[in-house]
Design a protein around this ligand. Structure first.
Ligand SMILES: Cc1cc2nc3c(=O)[nH]c(=O)nc-3n(C[C@H](O)[C@H](O)[C@H](O)COP(=O)(O)O)c2cc1C
Length: 198
């Protein structure tokens, strides 16, 4: 019996000593591959430091000609959160979110002419950065569409008094997950082409 216990302890020690270390590159890929949309949250609010870190990650996104045509509204006022959740149930804010981020395009900073539409690409890159950063911090989040629905844009404009030069792209509630959705395997070689269609 004593010998068996010693062997077990030895096995655990050996496993921990020889255990494969996760490289930074593997950690980044793992974070991307395990992110899921989280739509139910606990009562615990993300800290101010976490909120700032999320904003920093969002603003690190690429943007066309580095125009950074974006603005971010952090909503943690309970009455405003209630109004957003009631008026825009697709935002999942009603599912106990203690904070949500509104990501907006700033048309004053956007490129001109047909390139103005790049604001959508730029703010989308910021949104994805925020989602991945939240996941890496143990937080849950979900991208909830506002643009291109005039009705949703109008409702959010009214609730948050958003000026006309800002266009809300999406709402992202962020919090501690109260659900653990399964990761979806989206790998599909049918989506991949090499060089040209023939
Ligand atoms: C442009 C866009 C709009 C979305 N809008 C909503 C939404 O309004 N409400 C919602 O609950 N999820 C929304 N989602 C989340 C998707 O439903 C989710 O990403 C998709 O089902 C894949 O699941 P996953 O994020 O867990 O991989 C949206 C995602 C994107 C990229």
């Amino acid at each position: 019996m004593k010998k068996t216990i010693l062997m077990l302890i030895g096995a655990v020690v050996l496993a921990s000593c020889t255990g494969k270390q996760t490289s930074p590159q593997e950690a980044v890929v793992d974070n991307i591959m395990t992110r899921v949309s989280v739509r139910q949250f606990t009562d615990q609010k993300p800290s101010d430091e976490q909120i700032e870190q999320l904003l920093r990650c969002a603003m690190a996104a690429p943007s066309a000609m580095n125009k950074q045509p974006w603005a971010f509204c952090v909503v943690d006022d309970p009455e405003l959160l209630r109004q957003i959740g009631d008026s825009l149930p697709n935002t999942r804010v009603q599912n106990n979110a203690q904070v949500c981020f509104v990501i907006l395009g700033d048309l004053r900073k956007a490129l001109e002419g047909e390139a103005q539409e790049f604001w959508i690409h730029d703010t989308s890159a910021a949104a994805e950065n925020l989602l991945l950063a939240a996941h890496s911090m143990g937080l849950g989040a979900v991208w909830c569409a506002i643009q291109p629905s005039p009705e949703r844009i109008g409702k959010l404009r009214s609730i948050l008094s958003i000026p006309s030069y800002l266009v809300p792209l999406c709402v992202i509630p962020v919090g501690y997950p109260a659900e653990q959705p399964a990761v979806k395997d989206k790998w599909n070689t049918d989506n991949v082409y090499y060089n040209a269609w023939q």
